[in-house]
Design a protein around this ligand. Structure first.
Ligand code: SAH
Length: 481
């Protein structure tokens, strides 16, 4: 390590900034935020200074700094981008043992200004030790995305309990374990989900039941995270989903959850495939719910990872009902549902001012092949119909659409493996889609979209080289467009 990372207390101290451009403005801004008095030297300040100029702790000198200006200064920043000014600033500051930093001139830097993720009072500072600031900035963006926006407020909230916890748990190691459980457990989750009241209650009750060794004597029940994993592309996971995936002791998943997503689950978590069992029997829904409850009752953090959204044709409701019966804490994390993912990645807006004012999501998984659909609602004009689980009876489905009065030439699309690298889009009409899908050899999970919005696909599609796009509209349908 070439530099010593420190967080400097500069409240009430004076910082000198030489320069009037963008970099100077950033230096002034962060010094003011940290509570310093700032003197900025430059004959003409740029536009970026206008929001800062009224600040009570900022003084502007319309000239260059002189030697006498360095008296009582704690940090001198050079940001003028003029070699002679930089040199004078660095030499003068060093003679007086003032910490100096000149933007982009490494030899004039006693310290580095890090890239900062600010969740005050929580602050993360990143440095590449001057080798590659852009890497530090990219890393910053990644960390930004990992730390929930309200994490700083969580730190503030927990700060209020520090004394009480110190009074109750004497050993510092045990206190640390207690805090880890609080922050990385239900209290932290409740707070980050915006439920401060329950977070507080829960914290107080675990502190009440905590013994001096920091163990919560009642904390033997685990919890369940019912998490929507989205349609397949791992980039579509939510931050919260990722956080809980990293925390689970055991994960229950099924065939709709892609491998790319499974690799993001904590490495040493036990994995249970509830979609496939010996002899290829799928696990019964009741058994899955029971297994979730059993594992949580053993004290585990159980992740139930579901394709798309857990509450859209996902039977998530049934699973948490069971948990409720056992008083097992749980949380539900929404995911991008398959039809939304399919629509975006295939360039088919589900609604559009000129083509569709409503959109319905239906499942066409008829019991014993019988489709029990509300045709009157489905066949409304200017409406898009997005169909889940419709591939296996697409032929019958299309026939029934027509039998119930749909125009056979209405454009229709099928999106297989939506959002995945293997995504395939098949375009046709209500009449032709089944044949086209058969020709295209579609077998994977597919969303069917019926409605005029499908016409927009040729203009709005965005496909990667690995994705297939089958344009197979009947001539008649093309004329209609
Ligand atoms: N809860 C899920 C839906 C589960 S039902 C969600 O919100 O998306 C299963 C059906 O979802 C499949 O039969 C298929 O119609 C659809 N589906 C799920 N993932 C899909 C994908 N990546 N591409 C296309 N359809 C998908």
């Amino acid at each position: 390590m070439d530099f010593l990372p420190v967080f400097l207390n500069i409240q009430g101290k004076t910082v000198l900034v030489d320069g009037g451009g963008t970099v100077a403005a950033r230096r002034v801004e962060s010094a003011l935020k940290a509570g310093a008095n700032v003197i900025v030297f430059d004959p003409r300040l740029g536009e970026e200074f206008s929001p800062l100029l009224g600040h009570a702790n900022l003084t502007h000198q319309k000239r260059l700094p002189q030697e006498s200006d360095f008296e009582g200064i704690i940090i001198a920043y050079g940001a003028s981008e003029e070699a002679a000014r930089d040199k004078f600033l660095a030499q003068t500051a060093r003679e007086k043992n003032i910490l100096v930093n000149v933007a982009d001139v490494f030899e004039y830097c006693d310290f580095i200004t890090p890239s900062v993720v600010d969740r005050s009072p929580l602050v993360v500072a990143i440095s590449s030790s001057g080798t590659a600031p852009v890497i530090a900035r990219i890393m910053r963006a990644r960390i930004e995305s990992l730390i929930p926006a309200t994490y700083g407020r969580l730190a503030e909230f927990l700060g209020g309990f520090r004394q009480a916890v110190a009074n109750k748990i004497s050993s510092s190691a045990n206190r640390r374990h207690f805090w880890e459980r609080v922050i990385d457990g239900p209290v932290g989750d409740l707070f980050l989900a915006g439920d401060q009241k329950n977070a507080e209650q829960r914290l107080i009750s675990s502190l009440d039941t905590a013994s001096d060794n920091g163990q919560d004597s009642k904390a033997s029940t685990g919890e369940v995270y019912l998490v929507g994993a989205g349609p397949g592309d791992p980039d579509l996971l939510t931050f919260r989903a990722l956080r809980l995936m990293q925390r689970a002791d055991v994960v229950l998943y099924d065939r709709l959850v892609s491998n790319d997503i499974l690799t993001l689950v904590r490495r040493d978590a036990e994995r249970i495939n509830v979609g496939k069992r010996p002899k290829n029997h799928t696990m019964d829904q009741g058994d899955i719910s029971q297994l979730l409850a059993d594992l949580a009752l053993q004290g585990k953090r159980v992740l139930r990872l579901k394709g798309g959204d857990p509450f859209v044709f996902g039977r998530g409701g049934e699973e948490i009902e069971k948990l409720g019966q056992h008083n097992i804490p749980f949380q539900v994390v929404p995911g991008i549902t398959a039809s939304i993912g399919a629509a975006s990645y295939a360039g088919i807006p589900l609604t559009h001012r000129d083509h569709a004012q409503s959109c319905v999501f239906i499942t066409a998984h008829g019991k014993d092949g019988i489709l029990d659909l509300d045709w009157e609602t489905l066949l409304r004009p200017s409406q898009t119909v997005a169909i889940y689980m419709g591939l296996s009876n697409l032929e019958q489905l299309a026939k029934e659409f027509v039998a119930h009065g749909a125009d056979p030439d209405v454009p229709a699309a099928l999106v297989e493996n939506a959002t995945c690298a293997s995504q395939q889009v098949v375009i046709g009409t209500v009449k032709t889609l089944y044949d086209e899908a058969t020709k295209a050899n579609v077998t994977g999970p597919s969303i069917i979209i019926i409605g005029d919005v499908v016409k927009l696909h040729p203009q709005l599609k965005w496909i990667t080289p690995t994705q297939k796009d089958t344009h197979a509209m009947s001539l008649q349908a093309q004329k209609r467009l």
